[in-house]
Design a binder for this molecule. Sequence first.
Ligand SMILES: NC(=O)c1ccc[n+]([C@@H]2O[C@H](COP(=O)([O-])OP(=O)(O)OC[C@H]3O[C@@H](n4cnc5c(N)ncnc54)[C@H](O)[C@@H]3O)[C@@H](O)[C@H]2O)c1
Length: 286
Amino acid sequence: MTLVGVLGCGLMGSGIAEVCARNGRDVVVVEADPAAVERGRAKVLRSMESAVARGKLPSDDMDRAVERLVFTDDWDSFGDRQLVIEAISEDPDIKVAAFQQLDKVVGTSDAILASNTSSIPIMKLATATERPTQVIGLHFFNPVPVLPLVELVPSLMTSPDTSERAASFATEVLGKNVIRSKDRAGFVVNALLIPYLLSAIRMLESGFATAADIDAGMVHGCAHPMGPLALTDLIGLDTTMAVAESMYSEFKEPLYAPPPLLSRMVEAGLLGRKSGRGFHEYRKDV
Ligand SMILES: NC(=O)c1ccc[n+]([C@@H]2O[C@H](COP(=O)([O-])OP(=O)(O)OC[C@H]3O[C@@H](n4cnc5c(N)ncnc54)[C@H](O)[C@@H]3O)[C@@H](O)[C@H]2O)c1
C-alpha cells in the first residue's frame, strides 16, 4: 500500500503521518479546519526537525518525507487512498460519524480503513461502514516515531486478508513490532496500563504522596523511564479519561472508573503537556 491517508493530526495522527512519509509512503493528512491543518503541519515539521537535530534523521530524508505529505481539510482527497488511518479524538460518536464519511469518500474498493482508537470497539466502527471486513484497529504508541509497538485489532468481521495486509504494512513498511489483541476495550497494553495510571491519580487525590514522589518512586524504584503522572500528562488527561470510561463501560470494573480528580482536571482544561499543565507544568505544546 503506497497511498496512505491519516485522519486527524494531533499528538498521534502527526506521528503516524510522519512515520508513513519517512518510510516512503505518499500521505494525505486531513484535519478538521484550516487552522487545525496548519497546526498539524507545524507539528509534523517540528518533530522531523527535532529528529534531524538529534542526528536521528538525515536532512535529505526529511526533505523527501516533506514532499510526500499533503495537509488539507478536504475529505475528498482520501478518494484514491489504499489505507486510511483514523486518529481523531477518542469519542465514539465522532469516530462513528468519521467512519461513515470515510466509507463514502474512499473510492478504492479494497482499501483498509484503520482506527488508532485506544479503547472503542472496532466492531462499532466497522458496522458504521458498508465494508466491515476491511476495518481494523492499528493502535500506535506515543511518540509514534520512537515507540516500536503497534497493536493489531481485528473485529469479528475483519477478513484475514485485511489483517495480513495491515500487519505487513506495520512490520515491513513501518518497521514496527506487532502484537495482536481481541477487540476488547483497552486491548492488551491499556488494559494493563490504565488501572496503574488511575491508581497513581487516586494515590495523589487521597494525599498519600506528592506527584513528584509518586513519579520518582516508579522511576528510581522500578526503572520506569517516567512516572505514572508524567506519563498521564504525556498521553493527555482527556485521552486517559476517555479510555478509562470506555473500559469501565465495557467491563464495569471499578479499577477502570476515572477518579474525580481526573474528571475535574479535564473539565478545567488541565490536559497535560498539550495544554501546558497537568500533574506537572510544561512549556505549552512541547
Ligand atoms: N495520546 C496517546 O498517547 C494515544 C496513544 C495511542 C492512541 N491514541 C488514540 O489516538 C487518537 C487520537 O488521540 P490524540 O492523543 O492524537 O488526540 P489529539 O487531541 O492530540 O488529536 C486529535 C485530533 O483530531 C482532530 N479532529 C477531531 N475531529 C476531527 C474530524 N472530524 N476531522 C478531522 N480531524 C478531527 C483534532 O483537530 C485534533 O487535532 C484517539 O483515538 C486516542 O485514543 C492516543
